[in-house]
Design a protein around this ligand. Sequence first.
Ligand code: UD1
Ligand code: CA
Length: 470
Amino acid sequence: MPLSAVVLAAGQGKRMNSKRHKVVHPVCGKPMILYTMELLDKLSAGRTIAVIGHEADQVREVVGSRAEFVMQEEQLGTGHAVMQTEPLVGGEDGTALVLYADMPLLLESTVRRLLEIHHETGAAATVLSAVVDQPRGYGRIVRDAEGRLAAIVEEKDCNDEQRSIREINTGISCFDIRKLFAALKRVTNHNAQGEYYLTDVVGILREDGERVEVVTADDPAEAAGVNDRIGLSEAEAIMRRRINRQLMEAGVTLIDPEATYIEAGVKIGRDTVIWPGCILRGNTVIGEDCEIGPQADITDSVIGRGSKVIRSVLSDVKTEDNASIGPFAYLRPGTKLAEGVKVGDFVEIKNAFIGKGSKVPHLSYVGDAEVGEGVNIGCGVITANYDGVAKHRTTIGDHAFIGSNSNLIAPVSIGKGAYVVAGSTITSDVKDEDLAIARSKQVNKPGYARVLKARILAKNKKSDITERKG
Ligand code: UD1
Ligand code: CA
């Protein structure tokens, strides 16, 4: 049976109180609507149509080529929204699956079960319900004497008895396409909200003697629609637990999963240990046998196997195996560390390559630089890469030694095996194997410390007397 998916995303989502469309808000780093799109990918739906309206451009941009778009200029209800897709799918035989773009927690297995039962029973419509403690705001599933679905009644249209029903409409449903559009044409807006309800299709089909089925979700949390920021945080918490659980099942140790924030796109290898307080975001990939954290904030980075990252911030960084980073390192975009590189405390690196086994152990800034293998960069070394107008590069050859507190004024190049003496300010290139010293000569004056102190004391006394006089 050909499957066409219709994703409703035209509504305003007023309760988010946001400049951004509700469905582009991220849950664990991924825009909400992409969870729906990825689910549909797995179901290999023949066609996916997103109904958009409010902030349509934002939704279009996020969804991209994953769907075709239909504009619903005026949001006159969910039934009206589905009606807009008639020119695209109305003429086809097959099944239409209707989803809302604000249900990121929905599981593929549940939708599969919904479709299976729909096809097995040959129903005209099959609706996904859930039994919840707090049915407020949802449409209620009203069953007849035989326990079959009779109608879905929106809360605002419920009588007291109906309002007490705890089985609700999740909003996910599937239909025989021809019967859906035939019934939609008969839906009116004579209800409390003056809207064309998709849910009225169920009652219409029943009246026509068509078979209508209900499938109940195992876990009501799955069916939660995000309506406001509170719902967003709740969805985030559930998604976070799911992600963490999958990682632990795949062989990653999370010392304290409740204090570990890992976004949906992150991949982590086996036997890696994640200490509490870590935030791993974007397209980060961490190899096997790493030790990450406590408190590592890593975005869009690739960390080689056997590496350590302690209390550091990394963004768009790539390391080969056995890197050692932190505590308190700040590695900015374009940082590339070869195998076994050590970056220690209070070091900032940006747009720089550090060669195999090199060390930047403490208090350095390395920016726009190319550093060879086995280089030692002493404490407090700075690449002065910016002259106030443009950025310039520094190159340091293999096995060079850069003494503590040196300034390398770029553009400058230090040769292989060269030695820069501590405290130097290097303004011109140093050749291979050369030693550079660039600091003023030290002068020692024997016994002069006492003379100086006496002079200072005398001066202070004098100004003391003048002050008292004045
Ligand atoms: C809807 C259901 C209700 C169900 C609840 C589950 C109807 C009439 N009611 O109610 O039974 O319990 O979802 O969350 O279907 N949308 C459009 N165009 C419109 C109206 C809505 O695209 O004209 C989209 C919204 O962007 C949203 C979805 O449809 O993604 C649901 O709309 P919403 O207004 O939130 O429906 P509810 O009142 O929550
Ligand atoms: Ca809703």
